[in-house]
Ligand binder design. Structure first.
Ligand SMILES: [Zn+2]
Length: 264
């Protein structure tokens, strides 16, 4: 399955310009994740592909967490039943580990913004149940001060790529981060919620775009969900009809057990 998908990645590559083809001939193409040579642009080598901790069906209808065995279409995980999320559905491409983690870090900190093209393509497949041309594709925003220092928002790059693949409407300005939050790394779940409370707001001038619309909220990594939940609440309160969430990676270690699947 993974191998077939790997081949499929090659087959659906965008047409290359003459200059691009000439460059491919002169410079050996490298795997997105490592230095291995690959046959075509924007792909992974077979080793990285095999090591990518993809999240695959069957999964929880609400949280997108894989089940160890098929419990039927539309099933909810015990976690979703015990504590239903404020958003409708969450889908992620892979667990935050191995090559998936390397891609997220390379995009965010090494400014390898070209990675967003492939990562967004994979995300659009993972979110195919809820992505369509009527979706508003909204990235989790950075505070403007952080945007100044980092120079770009990696989630906006991913959202732009997702929108390009599904035909949805990219809306990077509708959601604002009005409070500069501390880095979430190392905080407990409770402190994370406290950290992001009232940190987000909908831009007053763009509120009309949101009325009755289906929103797909895009982020690079989902951890405990406190940021995503805060954004969802703000979007729903401002008039969105529904919010689904699409992230490249799922970092919450509590959902992984043994082979990476959730026991049911
Ligand atoms: Zn590789």
């Amino acid at each position: 399955m993974k191998h077939l998908s790997f081949i499929g990645t090659r087959l659906v590559s965008a047409p290359r310009s003459a200059a691009g083809l000439a460059l491919d001939f002169l410079l050996p193409l490298r795997c997105l994740c490592c230095e291995a040579k690959v046959a075509s642009r924007d792909g992974l080598c077979p080793r990285c592909w095999q090591n990518m901790p993809f999240i695959e069906r069957p999964w929880c209808q609400r949280l997108g967490i894989p089940f160890t065995y098929d419990v039927g279409e539309g099933a909810w995980s015990p976690r979703a039943i015990a504590s239903p999320p404020v958003f409708d559905r969450l889908r992620s491409v892979a667990f935050y580990d191995g090559p998936a983690r390397e891609l997220v870090l390379a995009l965010k900190f090494s400014r390898r913004r070209e990675l967003a093209r492939s990562m967004g393509r994979w995300m659009s497949r993972s979110g195919s149940e809820f992505l369509d041309r009527d979706s508003l594709i909204v990235p989790v925003p950075l505070h403007w001060l952080r945007l100044l220092s980092r120079r770009f928002n990696q989630s906006a790059d991913l959202a732009r790529s997702v929108a390009a693949h599904c035909g949805g409407q990219f809306e990077p300005e509708i959601l604002k981060r009005r409070k500069r939050t501390r880095q979430q790394v190392g905080l407990s779940a409770k402190d994370r919620r406290k950290n992001v409370r009232s940190a987000f707001a909908v831009d007053a001038a763009r509120k009309g775009h949101l009325q009755g619309r289906h929103v797909v909220l895009v982020d690079d990594v989902m951890t405990t969900g406190s940021t995503i939940s805060a954004c969802t609440r703000v979007l729903l309160a401002a008039g969105a009809s529904s919010v689904d969430v699409l992230t490249f990676a799922l970092a919450d270690p509590s959902v992984r057990s043994g082979n990476g699947s959730l026991s049911v």
